[in-house]
Structure formats: C-alpha cells, structure tokens
Design a protein around this ligand. Sequence first.
Ligand code: GCB
Length: 652
Amino acid sequence: MDSHILYQFNFKIKRMNLINQTPEVSKTCRFFIRAIKNAAFILLLTILNPLYTNAQDDLIINTQGRKTVSLNGTWHYIIDPYETGFYDYRLRERRKNDGGAYWNKFVPKKKTDWTEHGYQAPYNIQVPGDWNSQDPQFLYYEGTVWYQRNFDTPDVTSGEDVYLYFGAVNYEAHVYLNGKKLGMHKGGFTPFNFKIPAALLKDKDNFLVVRVNNERHQEEIPTVNTDWWNYGGITRDVKLVVVPQEFIQQYHIQLAQDQDIIKSQQLKKYDIKGWVKLNEAVTDAEVSIEIPELKVKRQYKVTGDSLKFEFDVKKISLWSTDNPKLYDITLKLNGNPISDKIGFRKIEVDGEQIKLNGKQIFLRGICIHEEIPQEVRRAHSKKDAAQLFGQVKELHANMVRLAHYPHNEYMPRMADSLGILVWTEIPVYWTIDFGNPEVLKKAQKQLKEMIVRDRNRASVIIWSVGNETPVSETRTQFMSTLVKDAKKLDPTRLVSAALEVGYNEGKNYVDDPLGEYTDIVSLNEYLGWYGGLPDACKTAQWETKYNKPFFISETGAGAKGGFHDEKEMRFSEEYQKWFYEEQIAMFKERFPDNFSGVSPWILADFRSPRRNNPDYQEGWNRKGLIDNKGNKKLAFYVLQQYYKELKEKAGH
Ligand code: GCB
C-alpha cells in the first residue's frame, strides 16, 4: 500500500487548513478542502493502488489441470495481536520500505543494525492448515498472524506468466512479495489469485508474506455469531500457477438446460452448451474442445475475451448417483491445453419434484462441517475428503449439505467421482447486517467466487444463499438478490436457502417469503430437541405454502458418544436414537407429498464456542452421528437403516 503518499497528501492538506481566514471564508474553504480531500483520498485508493481496494475478479479455475508449483509445507509465522508489523507507534500504516514492516525482509548490514521481528524456526506452521490446531497458544486466537516463506521461481518461458493462488485464507489476507503488495482478499472459504509482475520475481529466494486476520466483524460474512469454530490461517492449498500469457481462465460446459432430457435420450441427440472466458481479449485466436470418448473435436475462431459454443452428441452416459461417469475434456487456446473431468447430467425441479436426468430423486442427505474432529482441525486435503465421504457412503446417503460455507475443492471433486449430490452454500448465517449495501456486496462476491470455482462439478446441484436468516423485508430483499444473482451466474442448477419453521393454527407451516424465490423450499427443524420431546413428532402437522419440493436441510439432537442412559436423558445416545426414530416415522407417515429429501444435522461432532455444558459438550456441538473420536453413535444406525430402505426402494 502506498501509505506514505497518502500520508504526505494528508499532511499538506492539514497545513493548508492552518492559513488565517475569516470564519465564513474558512468555513467555505474547509468545506471545499474536505470535499477535495475526500475525493482525492478515494482517487488515490482506487487509481494509484487499485489492488488495495479489493480482490481481483479474475479467478483461475481448475488449477489442478494446470502447470503449478505447490507452496504448501512449512512456513514461518509471527503472532501479531497489536498489528505492529502493519502500524507504527503512532498507529499509522507503515510505509513501503519501513524496516519495521513485517512484509519487509530485514538484512542487518552492520553490527549496530537491529530489528524487532523475523521469520525463522522454531516459529514454524504448516500450510495448508488452521493455526488453532497447530499449537495450544493458538486455540482461541482471533487476530493477526503473519505467514512467511521463500520460494524459487519455477521454470517459466518468456511466453508465460506466474500467478499466486490461494485455495482459502480465513478471513482477510494481505499478500506481499519481495516487499511489494500483490493484493488483498476477504472471505474465508473461497479462492483467489494475483498475477505476479515478472519484474518482481527473482530466480531464488522470493520473500512471500501473508498477513492473515480472522477477527469477526458485524459487517462481514459470516458475522460475529456462528455455531462453528473460527479457525484462522491459510487453511487451503497455496500454489504458483504458470500459464501462457493468453489463457483460458474460466469455462462452463454442460448439457443445455432447456432440453427435455428424456427426449434427448430417445432421439439420441444431446445438446451441449458452454462458454470459455479468456484472461484477456485476443484477435483471431483458436479455441478447441475435445472430448475423445464422445468423439467430439470442435474448433472455433475467437476475437475478444470470450466464446460461446453449442453442439450435439449422439450418445452420452449421463452422470448420476449410480453412474458417476466423468469424461476427459480438453480445451485449448492456440494449442495450449487445460484438461478437466466433467459429468453430464440435468438437475431440475418439475412441479413438486426434484429430477435428476428426468427421473424423480429423493435426497438422502447429511450435513458436514469442514472439520476432522479426531484431530480438532479444519479438513483440507484429498485424504480428509476421503474420510468424510467414506462415512457418508456407509450411511447410504446420496447427498451432502456442505455447511455453512464453501468447502475445499477436493470435496465437490470427490463427490463427482463418487456420485454424491452436493448442496454448497455461502456463510450468510443468522444475524447478517442485511440493511447494509456493502455487506450485500460481500455476500455477492462470495457467492460468485463459489459458483465460479465449482460450476463444472456435476455433483453440485444446489447453490444455497444462506442459513436461518430472520424474516424481514430488508432480509428478503437481500436474500432474493442473492437468489437472482445465483440464477444469473448459473441457470443450470437449483437455488435454495435454509429457512426456519413458521406456525399457523397449530401446524408447522413453511411460509417464509424467501420461499417465493428459491427453487426448493428448505427448512431446518429440531422438533424434539429445541422444542418438546421427540414424541411430539407423533402429532405434528406440516404444511408448506409453496408447491415446490420440500427439503429438510437440518434436523438433529445432541448426544455424547459413549454416554448411555434411558431415552429421556438428554445427551444420551438413547435420546438421540429416539429423536431419529420419531423424526423418521414422521417423515414416513405425516409429511406432505412434496417432501423431497433430508440432510440431518450432522455427520460428526464439531467444535463450537457456543457449546459449554461441562458434562456433555465441553466446546463441542454434539449433534454428530459420529463422535469426535470417530465412534458411531446409536442414531447413526437408525438413519443408516432408513437410507438403506429408501435406497433399495429406489434401486440405487
Ligand atoms: C442450526 C444451525 C446450525 C447449528 C444447529 C444446532 O439450526 O443451522 O449451524 O449448529 O442448528 O446445532 O443448533
């Protein structure tokens, strides 16, 4: 940040204010000076240093399919609760070359030179990884931590550029390379990247620093209040991405949504539609698309920075839960390839039913937090995804709700290969500042980043724009804007949000006005845990205002693994089992015809600062079907049995 320029500018204005004037003149002058000062300040921020104002919009997708160099591994850190590395003793932002700025490398030249910071062992931290789980001193820490590592520049030809890519940093990241700021990003669960100017890269020992802050704020997404652990740090993969100077940055390829898929099957003519977005405008370039197994080889001329395409194929093995077929696809710009594995399927709502490839499907779901409870840490790897999906499969589930924020990319990718449907959402959770237009922009940005990253994953069928947001006109305006955005960004999927129960004449009545906008009406209900006992399910009546598919996006009860007692005893495994039995009986016997699926809360116990019962919780939300040691609770088997029956009935 060019803070010294701003500082000098402010200083000059202040001096002008000191000139002697009559009161009126000085008032008018002051007004103009203030106006000029404000305008100049904004101009300086936006023109002199546009990177500072916000993150880039140009996310590189599918980094797995590109030439990359991993920057995972051991980094160094400094815990900086007073942000000393960023502000000087007058709390002014440090200047670019300030030796006390933690983004600068301090090399003592003579004996008398001194410093008050440095990056070295034993202050080591693993990336990716939350900081909370890596050292007891970090467990409850919310604040700033500086991360640092060196890297050598990979082999780059003269026609290539290098980008620095982060899978996610929670929550705010400021990135510096060799003393220069590359940019910043806010939002703890979505990726971002910055182009590294070639002149900034040295062959050896590039000095990379990231200032990470995970403090919670009322005007951020999520806000201060959540029922999950605020794990801080560089929580996902970091890599250098080496790309040709002109390259395919994003693309989308899928069955055209407007075709009747049953007819396409009968006529053996499937319509495939898509687009390609380049990093910059080109003239007379060539884009090609190859799907060898489908004998597709198409070439297009492109001028500008994007291209739309559409073609037919005769035969296609549709992706589904029992046939997770992925095709190898290669896109090329002027011969430079990017490859992916993509499944073709159609997801739609037809009246009150959800249909996958034209056939009704019931979603046997389960909610998951991005956490490995046995190690009390965020999940971040392929191995972690395999653990979580292994348990999902054992449950006979065919769907996961990835709560309450976009999970790492290994999750939807693995879901693609296993045939598990995915609901993914942004952390618009509970008490967001709905009246604040800046907050809406932040939510829109996170929604866009989520969709941009995952829109080629066949498994992802639902974009969710939020969870349990309190009904009001302002909130409905806010939330419906997000629904519309999601539909505009991606018309090939369903959009939803987890709503809360309303009541009408003794009935549980789903009439949240947001239901007008969503494709499916999803509801969190805890009948028998937060209200009444589980046998209240025996008489509960349910109705929805909307003739749309009705989905239970949460239901659950707490139990401490290994604690056994009578079923009336709260937090016993027996209570939780009873809860599931009554819920399932209610689903079977008394739920409306538009009931289209359920994703109970939750696969495994997870850390939460809100859960402080000293006997049963100790900082854990105990609604997991699996406890924090990995042991299955009794309720696991109840849900497993229900899903097994549904699976056998459906034939898959
Ligand atoms: C909910 C929330 C979820 C909580 C859960 C609970 O409705 O959506 O984030 O963790 O209830 O356990 O109370």
